[in-house]
Design a protein around this ligand. Sequence first.
Ligand SMILES: Cc1cc2nc3c(=O)[nH]c(=O)nc-3n(C[C@H](O)[C@H](O)[C@H](O)COP(=O)(O)OP(=O)(O)OC[C@H]3O[C@@H](n4cnc5c(N)ncnc54)[C@H](O)[C@@H]3O)c2cc1C
Length: 338
Amino acid sequence: MLTSPVRESPSAADPAPWPAYRPFAVVVRRILPLSPHLVRVTFAGDDLRHLGTTGLDQRIKLVLPLPDGTLPDLGEHDEAALRAGDWYARWRALPEPARPAFRTYTVRSARPERRELDVDLVRHDPDPAAGDGPAARWLRGASVGDRLIIVGPDGRTADPTIGCDWRPGAARHLLLAGDETALPAICSIIESLPEGVTAQAFIEVPSSADIQNVVARGASRIAWLARDAGCETSQGFEAVAPHGELLQRAVRAWLPRHTAELASVVRAAPEPLDDVDVDVELLWDSPVDPTTGDFYAWIAGEAATVKALRRHLVSDLGVARSNVAFMGYWRRGRSEAQ
Ligand SMILES: Cc1cc2nc3c(=O)[nH]c(=O)nc-3n(C[C@H](O)[C@H](O)[C@H](O)COP(=O)(O)OP(=O)(O)OC[C@H]3O[C@@H](n4cnc5c(N)ncnc54)[C@H](O)[C@@H]3O)c2cc1C
């Protein structure tokens, strides 16, 4: 659900245009557990009236408080600093112990007129080797009234689509696939689809209790894949399916049954792919130009799974790279900062 931001007409006296991304001072207004592994946090802040978001897969950064609960000044209260667009330079200039971590999330719902923003965060287990990341740690102890900084788009900038990777163009056949970290984006996208397009979404979640009550309109469908249903593997039946296994199997099974929908975007010779080492590099391949053709795929989540699906679509099936957006949202055993 998204409502329009309160916009102000640009004035001739404006000293500089508003930057695309800027820091917003926020506090936690509500914490609502949605399911065993998903928590909806509602942030509030007076400046959120200027938040510019088109919904969909709009990404933002949560700047997390330091262990003592404090936050640095990233210019969020100073109009000249906001217009200068230098929050990142300010962050980098901080000495290491005073530099807070930030992590990337998706706007699940924005209500600029109420100065509110919802983010659905995954409550993920600590990594066996690396332990908790800063966002997971913060979520574990989060309470109403906590102060954070959110870096997000300002509604007064020229490009309202900044920070969105969902660009299906005129495609009428859509494939969305992702794990629980992509669930907020997929649900927002599914809820916003116009008439005349049909989407098949596959969402892998930790347990059947994490399935959300989201309605897909028309002929669009959401298939929920719960890892706690288990699956047969080469090691025998595993009571909890390995992360990404169900998603890969479901997408690979769906594609051959929808070749007619893919036909307009299949190349005679598959386009070459760089061999991204997801342990070292970020996997991010999101076509910038509005897509042509009648099929568009959007795949996000754990990077190794995303990489395997990308290879299958582009190299095995010959789908044009311009018609697929692949985003490794997180990497097993690696923090977002690495
Ligand atoms: C564009 C974009 C949008 C995103 N939207 C959302 C969103 O709306 N909701 C959401 O919950 N996440 C979202 N994510 C993913 C989120 O940014 C990562 O999960 C992030 O790594 C969490 O930070 P952390 O501090 O908990 O862990 P980090 O410090 O980054 O990593 C610490 C350890 O935790 C592991 N880890 C990180 N995430 C997970 C996970 N989900 N499950 C299991 N282990 C994990 C890492 O492999 C690492 O070993 C998004 C990411 C991107 C790039």
